[in-house]
Write a protein that binds this ligand. Structure first.
Ligand SMILES: [Zn+2]
Length: 476
């Protein structure tokens, strides 16, 4: 007997949306049938999803839990909220998988860094999770074979910065020689590079210039983390990758029309490159920095301008952008607002909870996107690019039963006080065209009509492998 049947919803299957019954057994999707057909067989529980949309659980490929934030004017750090809180919010909003980062610190070896992060998360996350390996600074040569081993052990994505981001964060940037070596290793071992690409010379030049001109307020952020910097850095990384057979790229938080154009041109040339943008880059521009508490819209690099906003949106429609992530930093408003300058404003955002509904509203409701395209942006594409598909990101027989029932009758106005994240949200008072009525993680009901039933023992670490197809050419 089936454990659970989600009956008669509009199921967004890999082949497209169609009314269907989904049957779940032992944590997996065990059967898919015509509406009513599986419900008629009986099950531990039958959920009537008529009039609702059934999607694979959301995947946020870019979050930072329990992450250090520098206290402005000091060398002290504050830690952001950990996976327990972030994952609870994620499940409420229909996201069942988070991909965070395992930082390889000075003197670390890669395996130790990943194991340390795994130990930190074990028993402290309500949903499933994985980590991008993050390297920074001058890379010791012995890290290269360790990265290859990590890829083979199920950790295929490596985060690299081409910039220190701000003058006070020196030590993040990896030089282009070392990036070249890492790309070669990843190409050989079956990995993918996840890049924070900004031109460090341009960014640091603009910091010096704006300090000299005494224009240090964060509302000037887009002059520092500017569109030219994105143009130069994206294209430089792309040229490196294009010269290495099998080098695949995932461009994190693409923020500008220049970045979109660079990815599009590379894809047209067959480079296996994928674009991520962030939901705040799709909703706001640098003008929003001037609003009260304008820092709440910011994450690095920066909000840009209307033309960039338009290019990013156009690119989500089968263009250069495949995923919409949050760059989650869950912290109180007090911390989000503590920096006011171009060099100390807190990056990241609370947003993992409303992301799926927000993107549904902006794509399906406002822009007429098909449901499959929406599911691609919030779940399926990240699963494919990051090596989780079809275990995750698909309503298919044999896939993990991570299932979200999204109710378009449940319209909602966003209020931070009703979410489970921070005491602020960048989307306060926005109208959402749907909200999950049910979130299922590997067959277990974890949120049922707003009632949370998750457990910190539920979350599992996910081993990943990126398909040859994704690494060979633009396959998503
Ligand atoms: Zn980030």
């Amino acid at each position: 007997m089936l454990d659970l049947v989600i009956s008669s919803g509009l199921a967004v299957l890999p082949s497209g949306p169609e009314p269907a019954d989904l049957g779940v057994a032992s944590g997996k999707i065990a059967a898919i049938g015509a509406p009513g057909s599986l419900a008629a067989l009986g099950a531990g529980r039958v959920v009537d999803a008529a009039g609702q949309i059934v999607i694979p659980g959301g995947i946020d490929p870019h979050v930072h839990c329990r992450w250090p934030i520098v206290v402005p004017g000091t060398t002290q750090h504050q830690m952001t909220d950990g996976p327990a809180r972030v994952s609870q919010a994620a499940l409420h909003g229909g996201t069942t998988t988070l991909i965070d980062f395992a930082l390889v610190g000075d003197g670390d070896n890669v395996q130790q860094a990943i194991e340390r992060r795994q130990q930190e998360w074990a028993g402290d996350c309500h949903c499933d999770y994985a980590f991008h390996t993050m390297v920074q600074g001058k890379l010791a040569p012995e890290l290269l074979p360790q990265l290859a081993e990590a890829v083979e052990a199920g950790h295929p994505s490596v985060k690299i910065f081409t910039t220190d981001i701000t003058p006070s964060r020196k030590g993040r940037m990896v030089n282009f020689g070392d990036i070249w070596e890492v790309l070669k290793v990843l190409a050989q071992a079956g990995g993918i590079a996840a890049i924070h690409a900004e031109d460090n010379d341009i960014v640091m030049h603009m910091y010096e210039k704006l300090f000299r001109e005494d224009r240090t307020g964060f509302e000037n952020m887009a002059e520092v983390h500017n569109t030219l910097s994105e143009d130069l850095a994206f294209n430089r990384v792309i040229r490196l990758a294009a010269n290495i057979e099998g080098a695949a790229l995932y461009m994190m938080h693409t923020s500008a029309a220049t970045g979109v154009a660079a990815i599009a041109a590379a894809r047209a040339n067959g480079v296996p490159i994928y674009g991520e943008t962030l939901h705040q880059y799709l909703m706001y521009t640098a003008e929003d920095y001037k609003r009260p508490n304008g820092q709440i819209y910011h994450t690095y690099p920066s909000l840009k301008f209307q033309a960039d906003h338009d290019a990013l949106w156009a690119a989500t429609d089968h263009g250069a952008i495949q995923t919409v992530a949050t760059d989650e930093i869950c912290c109180p408003l007090r911390i989000k607002l503590q920096g006011r300058r171009i060099d100390d404003t807190t990056g990241g955002n609370a947003g993992v909870e409303p992301r799926v509904s927000l993107i549904y509203t902006e794509t399906v409701e406002k822009r007429g996107y098909g449901l499959s395209d929406f599911v691609g942006l919030v779940s399926a594409n990240a699963a494919k690019i990051m090596g989780l598909y079809p275990k995750k990101g698909a309503l298919a027989v044999g896939s993990d039963a991570d299932i979200v029932v999204l109710d378009p009758r449940r319209r909602k106005t966003v209020h931070a006080a009703e979410l489970h994240e921070a005491d602020y949200t960048p989307w306060e008072d926005r109208d959402l065209a749907a909200w999950p009525s049910l979130t299922i993680l590997r067959g277990k009901t974890v949120v049922d009509n707003g009632a949370f039933a998750g457990n910190l023992k539920d979350g599992q670490f996910l081993s990943r492998k990126v398909s040859e197809e994704v690494r060979a050419r633009p396959a998503v």
